[in-house]
Design a protein around this ligand. Structure first.
Ligand code: SF4
Ligand code: SF4
Length: 296
């Protein structure tokens, strides 16, 4: 996308607290500044605790007057979470906009109304394929699983930046230089790979849905079924902050002698995922696998 003649280029980045919306937005803003564009960036994150909605508007061009993108004028919508993508889709320009979303689903804690394993939760039921039918160009990709396969869940944002790079006219080297300056030195290599994967994914066609997306979360439909829950803790990432222990509604987590979180009452865990969303260090991973009912 070249610089627009009739105004600034608008990129709206959305997700939930703790996912890195602001990092994505800052990378893009710095990239634009490095290229001499005037950039305006506005964001909401102060009130959004982990799990709450976060968004950032980035506008760049030869001159930009307002920091906020009007409804229907985003050239690209980048969503780090599926329901947030749907919530903001009306901001995308219906004729020219590009939709880029991670299929990851984060069920907000308040949506887990019944505390039984596999209990019903409120979550939008539109599938990536249904959404793709209604957008001009778009990518519904399992960025979280791509990052996980590379060995670092946190690199999901960089996978999405790779996909975004396909819609904006900046060189790959310019993107990588900025990303390198934003990520911790020890994760530079993984982030470089994550960027390449996202870019490659988007270059394969103007409209793509990952048919095998794990979605990591549970869909509204899956939540009606019985599930088997697996909780994994990456001990090296746990800093013993105690948040998961205090917030688990079933009181089934505790800190061990090394001040690492552990599941001490596995039978009580409902798989509600609250610990996973609230952990600031991405140290907990919950996998809810629907239990297949035997054929009659
Ligand atoms: S351990 Fe995590 S998933 Fe299990 S009940 Fe507690 S908060 Fe929910
Ligand atoms: S919230 Fe995360 S970092 Fe804090 S104790 Fe739990 S697992 Fe460890």
């Amino acid at each position: 996308m070249a610089e627009k003649k009739n105004g600034p280029t608008n990129v709206l980045i959305v997700g939930v607290g703790g996912q890195g919306v602001i990092m994505v937005s800052k990378v893009l803003a710095m990239l634009c500044q490095n290229h001499g564009y005037e950039v305006k960036q506005s964001e909401v994150h102060g009130m959004a605790k982990r799990g709450g909605g976060v968004f950032s508007h980035v506008r760049f061009g030869s001159s930009v007057w307002s920091p906020t993108i009007p409804v229907g004028e985003a050239d690209v919508l980048v969503a780090l979470e599926w329901a947030e993508a749907l919530r903001w889709i009306n901001y995308m320009n219906p004729q020219t906009g590009t939709f880029i979303a991670d299929t990851q689903k984060i069920v907000p804690p308040f949506a887990c109304r019944v505390r039984d394993r596999g209990a019903d939760a409120m979550y939008s039921e539109e599938t990536p394929a249904e959404i793709m039918e209604n957008v001009r160009a778009g990518y519904a990709m399992d960025a979280t699983s791509i990052a996980e396969d590379l060995g670092n869940l946190k690199a999901a944002n960089t996978v999405l930046l790779g996909a975004l790079s396909n819609s904006l006219e900046f060189s790959v080297d310019a993107w990588l230089e900025v990303i390198r300056s934003f990520v911790p030195p020890k994760s530079i290599d993984i982030n470089m790979e994550a960027f390449a994967k996202g870019r490659e994914w988007a270059q394969a066609g103007p409209k793509r849905v990952d048919e095998n997306a794990k979605g990591r979360g549970v869909s509204g439909r899956d939540l009606h079924k019985q599930v088997e829950t697996k909780l994994e803790i990456t001990e090296e990432w746990c800093k013993g902050c105690d948040i998961c222990v205090k917030m688990c509604p079933e009181r089934c987590l505790r800190l061990n002698d090394q001040l690492i979180s552990e599941l001490h009452k596995p039978d009580a865990c409902t798989g509600c995922r609250m610990c996973e969303w609230l952990c600031p260090d991405f140290a907990i991973k919950i996998t809810n696998t629907p239990i297949m009912e035997p054929a009659e």
